[in-house]
Design a protein around this ligand. Structure first.
Ligand SMILES: Cc1cc2nc3c(=O)[nH]c(=O)nc-3n(C[C@H](O)[C@H](O)[C@H](O)COP(=O)(O)O)c2cc1C
Ligand code: SF4
Length: 509
């Protein structure tokens, strides 16, 4: 009996240990299979860069959604972009069904919220008018008929990785929008997708500087000779860091980036905090007209608004010189705009947000009779259809987005853009991490995001009873007040008349 029991125990233990070893073997095999699948797939950058481990991210993200819903951040709480916004962009980029169920999670009584005024008789889909190109630089040697009102904002090659620039360039071409180079110069990666390019000149004149750091007309002419380069943007300031130049840490200054920018490899790339040769409205106009004379292409400037009396001085100077001297466009950036790297105090508390500055710029240009001559581009957290529709209704002609397009590339808001350790390969020059970003796959997402956003802005405009988005006006928006009721936007920001000295008298309605 005892022998039988001993045999049973020995066989049992042997079976259990074999089963245990088998289980471990299956586990190891499963990990190897997952590793191979993750490293070879191109859909998910995190899984490609962090095989097997990356799978936990989506599991924890999914579980986190439940935990956060009850204990921590709600759908509309995270910053700079909340989950609802990020998810909308993600679905738009995937080209998936972008409807939501049950009801809105947005609190509509928060002061400042824009509510669109729907029309009892919306525009029939069959009566909708397709988005038309809008000309920038009328009177210029080579004006630009810009096809899309939603475009890719300035992000330098350097802040962005090679595959990110390639994906944006190809995606912009597919969507028919422009791509702004940012202040890091023009690379072959910008050009290879075939998109329209806006070339930006920052304070360090990267890509078009001579040996002493001044603007080189020869280099500028070379850049502008590319047919794809449609406009030049002079960067005066940026919402995230007004009064501070660009910052690119040495770890991101590769040999290629150094060559494109015309600076030493591996050293921090810090641009001056102002164009040394521009110290007032008159010298800014001098520079704009010089660049236009050299390139023959539309030239404008980008700025975040703080004080704004100088805009009136600029308008008066334009009238003294003649309308042809005006900038062809102004890009109004928001105080809460994004960046690769910036000091927190500037990021947090300097510069007006676009909600306030955009109507202000529109009104000043209207008062000086310059509204038609100078096109207005708005940027700053305008990443969902309602925000873009608000900007158009406020008076913008075009909207630029940087971070919206980063999300379409797969950005997970890890906030490591300044560290060269971006887990999705968008803002790093680490080859291993870049490997997760497949330009061919991501370019489709970039294009989907752009096209779907435009489509949903059209839906808003049709609901308001106008045939196309650019017909949205301030009267189509109401702004929520602290008591939860709302006022028409054209009451809060009334349209201005042209000042008597700058007739013909026109009332914008
Ligand atoms: C990674 C990154 C790099 C940027 N680089 C530039 C730049 O080179 N020049 C510039 O004018 N703005 C730059 N910006 C600012 C954006 O062009 C844009 O004005 C700002 O982020 C607001 O738009 P958004 O809210 O859609 O991101 C950068 C932004 C990001 C996130
Ligand atoms: S994933 Fe993080 S580090 Fe990468 S681009 Fe997005 S915010 Fe920047």
């Amino acid at each position: 009996m005892k022998l039988l029991f001993d045999n049973f125990m020995v066989n049992g233990l042997s079976f259990l240990s074999s089963a245990f070893i088998l289980l471990i073997g299956i586990g190891v095999l499963a990990i190897i299979v997952m590793f191979v699948i993750d490293i070879t797939q191109t859909q998910d950058a995190v899984r490609r860069n962090f095989p097997v481990l990356g799978r936990f991210r989506s599991l924890f993200t999914k579980l986190g959604e439940f935990f956060r819903q009850y204990f921590f951040a709600m759908d509309r709480e995270e910053l700079p972009f909340n989950r609802a916004e990020r998810e909308w962009i993600h679905r738009a980029a995937e080209g998936k069904d972008n409807t939501v169920a049950f009801g809105s999670s947005k609190i509509l009584t928060v002061p400042g919220t824009a509510i669109f005024v729907n029309c009892p008789f919306p525009t029939l889909d069959s009566d909708a008018i397709e988005v038309q190109p809008l000309r920038i630089g009328e009177g210029c040697e080579k004006p630009y008929d810009a096809p899309s009102f939603f475009n890719i904002s300035a992000m330098s090659y350097g802040a962005l990785s090679t595959p990110a620039v390639k994906a944006l360039s190809a995606g912009a071409k597919m969507a028919g929008c422009w791509m702004n180079t940012g202040e890091g110069g023009l690379s072959t990666h910008h050009l290879e997708g075939g998109a329209d390019i806006v070339f930006q000149i920052g304070t360090a004149k990267y890509g078009v500087r001579d040996d002493t750091g001044n603007l080189s007309d020869d280099k500028l002419r070379e850049v502008a000779a590319h047919d794809q380069v449609k406009m030049i943007e002079l960067k005066m300031s940026q919402g995230a860091k007004p009064g501070k130049g660009g910052i690119l840490p040495g770890s991101k200054v590769t040999a290629e980036i150094a060559a494109i920018r015309g600076i030493p490899e591996g050293q921090d790339s810090i641009s001056p905090n102002r164009h040394p040769e521009i110290n007032d409205a008159a010298s800014m106009l001098d520079m704009i007209n010089h660049i236009r004379a050299v390139t023959g292409k539309p030239v404008g400037f980008k700025a975040v608004l703080g004080s704004y009396g100088w805009l009136s001085e600029l308008a008066e100077e334009i009238h003294r010189r003649g309308l042809q001297s005006a900038p062809d466009f102004i890009t109004v950036d928001s105080g809460d705009g994004g960046t690769g790297a910036a000091p927190m105090p500037l990021m947090d508390n300097v510069g007006l947000v676009v909600r306030e500055s955009l109507p202000l710029v529109v009104d000043i240009l209207t008062e000086y009779g310059l509204r038609d001559r100078i096109k207005i581009i708005a940027s700053g957290k305008l990443v969902t259809p309602s925000e873009v529709a608000w900007a158009l209704a406020s008076g913008a002609d075009f909207i630029n987005s940087a971070r919206g397009f980063m999300f379409s590339l797969g950005c997970i808001q890890a906030l490591k853009c300044n560290k060269n350790t971006c887990p999705t390969g968008i803002t790093t020059h680490n080859k291993r991490l870049q490997n997760g970003l497949n330009p061919a796959e991501k370019s489709v997402k970039v294009a989907n995001f752009c096209k779907n956003l435009i489509h949903e802005v059209e839906i808003i405009s049709h609901s308001c009873g106008v045939g196309r988005p650019r017909l949205l006006k301030r009267k189509h928006v109401r702004i929520v007040l602290p008591d939860g009721t709302s006022v028409p936007m054209d009451e809060r920001f009334p349209y201005k008349n042209v000042l008597p000295d700058y007739a013909p008298h026109v009332v914008v309605s």
